[in-house]
Structures are given as C-alpha cells and as structure tokens.
Write a protein that binds this ligand. Structure first.
Ligand code: ARG
Length: 590
C-alpha cells in the first residue's frame, strides 16, 4: 500500500502540473505548524526563481486546482508562499480502512528479500555478562524481528565466546582444586562421566577468582595458558571438561534469554570454526594478502582515503596462536559457505567499531565474501547508572542479567500489588510481562548509538514515554473491546466498519495509525527500533486523547459505535504487532 505521504504528494504534484508547473515541486511534508494545518507544501517557494513569479502567485494557482480535491479539505496559499494543507475526513477514513484490509496493515515487503545473518548477544562462556551483552541481545532481537517481518530471511547467531583464555583459566583452577579428576589423567582411555564435576554456582565463582589471581601470579597465568593450549589442541580430557562447561553455561544462558524473550537460531561459538583456521591462513598466505610483521602474520587494511589510523588485521600472533579476529574471519567463511548471505550484521557496544572495520576490510581484501556482500556493523552506547557511569546492580558488583531483570520485576510487582491490593500468580505473571516491556522499551526508545541512563523509576512508570504506558494503553483498549463483547457485540462483524472520522481526536488517531508502513520501513532500513517506539508512543497518545474525549460504549448511533470499535481493534492490533517487533508483549489485564 502506498504511504499516506506519497498519496498526498501525488495529489499535490497533479495540481502543480495542472497549474502549468513542474510536478516535482509538489512534495508534501508534515506541518511545522500543527496549530494551523496538518501538512504543508513549500514547492511554490522553490519554483519562484524558475518561473520568475512571486511564490504566493504560484501557490494561489495551485490552490485553485485543489478546490474540489477529495484529498484536501483545505489547501490554503499563505504568505510568503506556503500551501497549508488539511486532509478530508473521507480520505483519512478510507486510508485507515484500507490498512485494515491490507496484509501487514499496508506495509510493503522489501522486494530485495535478502538472506541476512545477524550476529548478536555474544555472551562469553564462564565469564560474567555485562550490560553490553544485554543491549546486544535486546537491540539485536528487535532488528532481527523487524527485518524478518519486512520480508528477509534472517538467521540469528549468538556467537558465544567459548574458546579463549577464560576456558583455560577455569580448567586450570578445576585442576588445582581437584587434580584427581579423571579428566586430568592422560592415560585414561575410557568414557568420561556424563554429569559435570561442578555446579553452575561453582563455575560462576571460579572464573572471577581465577581471572583475578592470573593478574597477580605469573606462574598461575602460565598454567592457565598451557591449559588453553591443551584444550585447543584437542586433548581428550580437556575437551570433555570443556563440553561440561559449555553445557552448564548454555543451559543457564538459554534460561536467561528466554526470560528476555530473545531466541537464537544458531548457538555457534568461536570454537565452531577452529578447524577452518589453518586452511584460511594458508589461502591468505598463498593469495599474497598476509605477510609477517614483527613475527606476527598480518593483513594490511589501511586505505588511502583513511583519515584515522587503521592498523593491520592480525591473523596469527608470533607464537602462532589465533586471535579474536582470526575466529571472526573464519566465521565469515563458514557463514558464506553455509548460508551465502547477502548481508551479515554485527551488534556490539561501539568500542569494537574499529575492530570490525579491520575485520570487514580484511574479509573483502582476502575475498572471503562476494564483492556485493554487505557487512554491517551496529555499535551502541552504554547504559549508565544515575551517576553517569556504566550501570551496576544495587549490590554494586558485576551485572548479572538475572539480577537486572529481577530488580525491575520486583519494582513492577510492588507497583501492581500496591494498585490492586493483591499479589497472586496473575499479578506475578503481569509483573513479569510489564517488567520486560519496561526494560526493553527503556533501551530501545533511545537511538542505539547513544548512551542512556537506566532509571528504574522512570522506566517502570505508567506515564510518559515508557513501556508500561504503551501496555496500559493496549490493556485499556482490550478492556473496552471485552465490554463490547460482554454486552453482546460481535467484533468480527464490525471488523471492517471503519468510517470517516466524526471528530478531531478521532481524525488525529487515524492519522497517527496511517504512519504505520512508513515508520516500520524506516526502522528496517535504518536498523532503528527507536523509530517504532516513537511511532507507538504517538499512537498511544492519540488513542488516549480520543478515549478521553469520546464515550465509546455509550454511543447510541449503532453505526458510529461500530466504526469506533473497529478503529479500536485496529489500534490494538497495530500496537501489539509493533511491540512484538520490539520483542515484548502485553497482558490482557493490568
Ligand atoms: N564475545 C564478544 C564480547 O564479549 C562479542 C562477540 C561479538 N560478535 C563477534 N562476531 N565478534 O566482546
């Protein structure tokens, strides 16, 4: 379906043409002065020079052609040459009715229909997650859903850090604590136990301890590095222990992501591509791309047009060890051979921007990707506490995803119980749903690249630009519709009954709804979930305004009432579809 702004512009362009002017002058924009008009066109000013005429004369000529327009109720030429525009109620009603009938409320699918791999989440096994991992999961999940909705084939990969020194640190410490474990017996040839020799809690305690000690104790660190090396070269017992660590951690990660309503198609990690590295390194050498610099194998990636220093991409360290880069390049190779994607999108906090620039250039130069494959990096800002520093939980320690969600959940449950006086299963379920909306909306409503302040009071408030406000609005609509049904109304029967608006607040609601396809398309093109947040916030405001001005259920004119109910049902559907794209949902009652 055409966007409403395109339809309005078409009408205006025709008028310019009929009046004898260039039709391209007829571009319409939202009004700068909503107190005077809904839309405006500045084309007459732009044409003044070309036609050697006062802009107001041109505007008058055009306005005369629009006197009987079915789109514009008013097209007024005002000094010095603006065209102030107001839409007809019929046109607005018709547009919204067509939205109801259309697939995806009139959003056109992207004709390119690409295959896209999206790399997000990026948790590190055994290491605590930080706020950047949370943001990557929240933003990545939303972008994945948006791109899928608009028609692309999207594969989400969690890309775990499961192969680095942290694994050696944990294994080494396990060895110190329990050297008798069969995993460390190099002569053992039997099967290893299926149960891990540690719990999640132990695992979580071990890493911070080992990491700290390795920074103070050289010999200890050397042992951990030796363990990492043994693991990476495939020593059986180390591999078996590693499998246990992965299994225990992944089970916990999955639980956390589930609570966040985040779901990955692939659970690949850095380890998945280790076998591809030797071949890749070989072909980089043979292709003449890689050379030795200070003992290390590197690929130069700087370009003449660079304004900043872009260091070479290091492929192997001087001791022959692979790095984070090496794994990322091999992962690109694997993704190309398995999915042949048109695009790969990465999402991390923006400190990794230069790193990804190096990796992308290296992948292009060494022809790991097709020339037309797009490699996209989305860097996001930090979530800060009220002190302006990266957020910490109330206890002050490292952030655990669980404790963050828990904090919001506790606050939400407190508010809900305070309102209703009851704290039962339903209240707890509702608190869970609303807490997720509070957290995700609080994050996604900011432009991703910007830092923002995590403010639990504001995020959980039911007023203002917040997740709970959006949910309250949806619940309000649901409750009106439920009453309509209770009183014998039939929602299906009135579904298509949307009519021209009868008052201004109804018209405003319809005009807000009508921006759906343009908003979702912009969000998809710019990887910008915050555009959906802005859309639904405006829509929720427009709805609440209409609601306060209109006695919907008490309306006596049955046809008018049916129109309103149909409009409400559409508003609910559009809001619920939008929040699903953001990765959360609404309860039926609150
Ligand atoms: N595990 C990494 C980290 O914690 C993030 C991974 C991002 N994705 C990637 N392909 N490098 O920083």
């Amino acid at each position: 379906m055409k966007k409403i702004l395109e339809m309005i512009s078409d009408e205006m362009k025709n008028a310019f043409e009929q009046a004898g002017y260039d039709r391209e002058l007829g571009k319409v924009t939202l009004s700068n002065r909503p107190d005077l008009c809904e839309y405006q066109c500045n084309g007459a000013m732009a044409g003044a020079k070309q036609y050697k005429k006062a802009p107001l004369m041109i505007a008058n000529d055009v306005a005369a052609k629009l006197a009987d327009s079915s789109v514009f109720a008013k097209a007024e030429a005002v000094a010095p040459g603006f065209l102030n525009l107001t839409l007809t109620n019929e046109f607005v009603g018709e547009y919204v009715k067509n939205m109801r009938a259309a697939d995806k409320y009139g959003l056109e699918e992207d004709k390119t229909a690409e295959t896209i791999v999206i790399d997000y989440g990026g948790p590190n096994i055994a290491k605590p997650l930080h706020i950047g991992h949370l943001r990557s999961a929240i933003i990545g999940e939303s972008i994945k859903r948006i791109l899928r909705y608009i028609g692309h084939t999207v594969i989400g990969d969690v890309h775990m850090g499961d192969w680095g020194l942290q694994m050696g640190l944990v294994i080494n410490e396990l060895k110190i604590r329990n050297s008798g474990l069969v995993y460390f017996d190099e002569n053992y040839t039997g099967e290893y136990p299926s149960e891990p020799p540690f719990t999640l809690a132990e695992l979580e305690e071990i890493y911070p301890y080992a990491s700290k000690r390795s920074k103070e104790d050289e010999a200890y660190k050397a042992d951990a590095m030796a363990c990492t090396f043994k693991l990476q070269s495939g020593v059986r017992g180390y591999r078996a222990l590693w499998n246990h660590i992965i299994e225990v951690s992944v089970t916990d990660l999955k639980k956390n992501y589930k609570r966040l309503n985040v779901e990955f198609d692939l659970w690949n990690g850095e380890s998945a591509v280790q076998d591809l590295i030797p071949g890749m390194v070989d072909s980089m050498k043979k292709g003449g791309y890689a050379h030795i610099s200070e003992g290390a194998l590197v690929v130069d990636v700087k370009e003449d047009t660079d304004t900043k220093e872009v260091p070479p991409c290091m492929i192997l360290k001087s001791d022959g060890a692979a790095l984070y880069n090496t794994t990322d390049l091999a992962t690109i190779m694997m993704r190309m051979s398995e999915y042949n994607p048109d695009k790969i999108i990465y999402m991390t906090d923006k400190r990794q921007e230069l790193y990804f620039e190096q990796v992308f250039r290296c992948a292009r130069k060494t022809k790991l990707v097709r020339p037309e494959t797009k490699l996209v990096y989305i860097g996001f800002g930090t979530m800060n506490g009220s002190d302006g520093k990266p957020f910490k939980t109330r206890a002050g320690g490292v952030m655990r995803l669980e404790s963050l969600i828990q904090e919001i959940y506790d606050e939400m449950l407190r508010k809900i119980a305070e309102n209703s006086g009851i704290e039962d299963d339903e209240a707890r379920q509702t608190a869970e749903t609303v807490a997720l909306a509070a957290l995700k909306y609080g994050d996604l409503s900011n432009q991703a690249s910007k830092d923002y302040i995590f403010d639990i009071e504001r995020f959980t408030s039911s007023e203002g630009d917040t997740g709970p406000y959006i949910l309250y609005t949806i619940v309000r609509i649901k409750s009106i519709l439920a009453k309509f049904v209770e009183n014998g109304g039939d929602l299906e029967a009135v579904r298509m009954d949307i009519k021209a608006p009868v008052n201004d607040s109804e018209k405003q609601l319809m005009m807000a709804l009508a921006k759906y396809n343009a908003s979702i398309e912009a969000a998809a093109q710019e990887y910008a979930p915050h555009k959906i947040c802005a859309y639904i916030y405006d829509l929720a405001n427009a709805f609440n305004h209409f609601y306060h001005e209109t006695k919907i259920l008490a309306e006596e004119d049955a046809s008018r009432k049916a129109g309103w109910i149909a409009l409400l049902a559409l508003t609910r559907d559009v809001l619920e579809t939008s929040i699903d794209l953001l990765g959360f949902s609404a309860p039926d009652r609150m």
